[in-house]
Design a protein around this ligand. Structure first.
Ligand SMILES: C[S@@+](CC[C@H](N)C(=O)[O-])C[C@H]1O[C@@H](n2cnc3c(N)ncnc32)[C@H](O)[C@@H]1O
Length: 597
């Protein structure tokens, strides 16, 4: 990047200017002896000046502003991607770079498993025509709200004011409370598994900081009295969860069971008022905030115990209700959510006015977006019409997207095609297992091949690098004639030997790019034992020459698998490494006997 400083005096403190975000380590070269030193640049309050101490008896050091490794950091904090918690969003900065590398302005790019739509959004901003596709209706709904440019934020704010005027008194009845004769506003209540209130967090008029109080039996009765008497007449969903012990969805459990009567009543009324007072695209955006807030005000929010009984936690996945949970004030939390949604939308709209943080192309935009809700196994796209495909395929058994999205789909009355989801589910009712996952992935990749133009590129991310997902995706790529072109780690993980022994899989975030080639004439199908033996022998051969870290070994194995078109079976590469080699303190793999020296 930029050559910055030369220093000739001993023990100098020199101010150096640089123009990239100084979060990384840099290498300092001593030109006479070629010695390299690693230094950490510490930014002085985010301005572009930093002080570096260059050490004693120092002839000429020159500073190469060069990051230590090519690893990209996984920072995903663009406001436009913070509007909703749909799982599995990819870091947008990496995607921008990919889109520019593998496609041109005006090209058609496609994501067959688009989720929230980070890739398509970045491509749309970069003036590509985009097609996003996801079979999950909530994903498409969010993607649509993300990409839509015809939104009037002041109108949305006016619509919200109307809703709030009617909703506030309703919400207040539930979250109003008297303390020593004075009215206070409840922020949250800590309740136990039997729904008994234990503690309250509240603010009195004029208070800046919220206070916490243990609830006496009288206060508990007072709190429960309103709840007992009230009858909910507004509509709310009563859909049953699909039983799945892995995500704590029990037989007979309904969506309503995930809420207290209080949060259920408030959400039901809020949705009714959104439908009554809001219209058009603005109404849809209010529904984004509404769904984003649902889990936050459900029984699924445990306190973060290490920070205190009432420290607010957040819903991540599953329907586990802990020994205690926080019952949060729906209006207060909804307003926070709505602010995030508005901030996200403004961030998105700014990208087209060349005022945004990244100053994307200030050109005139006439590109289009299309959102499909196809099963990726049978796409309604014409053959050989797409210039570039990126995708982040389903995560095997890690996230049962549809089963969990029921908390959002049910409130918006979206119906879900569970039958065609590509997933591995522990739910006995679903018959979604390792075998169907691999078969489905293969069919989807055949479709990807069909719609992609000849010789064009296809990038994907691996979520996990061992086990089922790795096997299913790798085999689908090989069978469908994709040639390995590039392999890049989004997060460089290092593990201690102890961690490695405990790990079941390497959590990836590896970005792989392929080129559409010819369908393979011959595949090398070997037994699991044969494949494992080939891998072990190859790794031994490499390690005799040099120590390698886990990532380097994975890359070499991938190259071999693709060049020899080996169909991998139930081989867990990580397990092979742990069982057959030694992981040294230098975080490298070595042959067993080398360590004993
Ligand atoms: C890992 S996520 C993608 C997340 C995405 N990268 C984002 O930015 O949010 C995989 C997606 O595949 C979708 N999916 C699962 N089965 C599908 C199918 N048969 N057809 C299309 N999409 C499917 C899921 O709904 C999920 O959104």
């Amino acid at each position: 990047m930029v050559m910055v400083a030369h220093c000739q005096t001993p023990l100098v403190t020199e101010k150096i200017k640089f123009n990239i975000k100084p979060i990384n380590k840099y290498i300092v070269h001593r030109s006479s002896t070629k010695v390299k030193k690693e230094i950490l640049l510490i930014p002085s309050k985010a301005v572009s000046l930093s002080t570096i101490k260059i050490y004693r008896n120092n002839p000429i050091w020159s500073l190469n502003v060069k990051t230590k490794s090519k690893t990209h950091t996984l920072k995903q904090k663009r406001d436009r991607y913070e509007m909703h918690k749909y799982w599995g969003k990819k870091p947008s900065s990496n995607l921008k770079h990919l889109i520019e590398k593998y496609s041109e302005t005006g090209d058609t790019v496609f994501d067959p498993f688009s989720g929230y739509g980070v890739f398509c959004c970045e491509a749309f901003i970069l003036n590509r025509n985009i097609i996003s596709n996801d079979l999950n209706p909530i994903a498409n709904f969010l993607n649509h709200q993300l990409l839509n440019k015809e939104i009037n934020i002041p109108l949305l704010e006016r619509q919200w004011e109307k809703i709030k005027l009617e909703f506030e008194p309703f919400n207040k009845q539930w979250f109003r409370w008297q303390l020593e004769g004075n009215p206070v506003q409840l922020i949250s209540i800590l309740r136990n598994k039997k729904n008994v209130p234990i503690k309250a967090k509240y603010k009195q008029q004029g208070d800046k900081k919220a206070k916490e109080i243990h609830l006496s039996p009288e206060k508990v009765n007072e709190y429960l009295a309103y709840e007992k008497e009230f009858e909910i007449n507004d509509w709310y969903p009563t859909n049953k969860l699909i039983p799945n012990s892995r995500i704590s969805a029990k037989e007979g459990m309904t969506i309503a069971d995930l809420f207290t009567k209080r949060t259920l009543a408030c959400h039901a009324r809020l949705l009714k008022l959104i439908n009554k007072h809001a219209t058009g695209k603005e109404k849809e955006l209010l529904k984004v905030a509404f769904t984003a807030n649902l889990a936050n005000c459900s029984k699924l929010v445990p306190p973060i115990k290490s920070r205190g009984d009432m420290a607010p936690g957040a819903w991540m996945t599953g329907f586990y209700i802990g020994p205690t949970y926080l019952e949060n004030n729906v209006l207060k939390y909804f307003e926070n959510r709505l602010n995030k949604v508005i901030k996200g939308k403004k961030d998105y709209l700014n990208q087209f006015g060349n005022k945004g943080e990244l100053n994307f192309n200030p050109i005139s935009y006439n590109n289009t977006f299309t959102i499909l809700q196809d099963d990726a196994k049978s796409l309604s796209i014409e053959s050989e019409t797409v210039d570039y495909i990126f995708t982040d395929p389903p995560y095997g058994d890690a996230v049962p997207y549809f089963e969990q999205s029921i908390i959002w789909n049910s409130w918006l009355k979206f119906s879900t095609n569970y039958k065609e989801e590509i997933v591995i589910s522990d739910s006995k009712k679903r018959e979604k297992n390792k075998v169907t996952f691999e078969e489905d992935m293969n069919i989807a990749f055949t479709e990807i091949r069909r719609v992609l133009k000849p010789n064009k590129y296809f990038s994907l991310t691996y979520h996990s690098l061992s086990g089922l997902e790795w096997k299913a995706i790798t085999n689908a790529c090989i069978k469908n004639g994709f040639e390995l072109l590039d392999f890049q780690w989004l997060v460089q993980k290092t593990f201690t030997p102890r961690q490695l022994n405990r790990l079941k899989s390497i959590k990836g975030d590896v970005l792989v790019t392929f080129q559409k080639g010819h369908l393979p004439q011959k595949l090398t199908v070997k037994s699991d034992f044969e494949v494992a033996t080939i891998f072990i022998n190859k790794i031994k051969y490499w390690l005799e020459k040099q120590e390698l870290d886990t990532n380097e070994i994975f890359l070499r194995i991938m190259k071999m698998v693709f060049s020899e078109k080996i169909i991998v079976g139930k081989v867990d590469l990580l397990k092979l490494l742990v069982e057959n080699f030694t992981f040294s303190e230098k975080q490298k793999w070595v042959l067993h006997d080398e360590l004993t020296v």
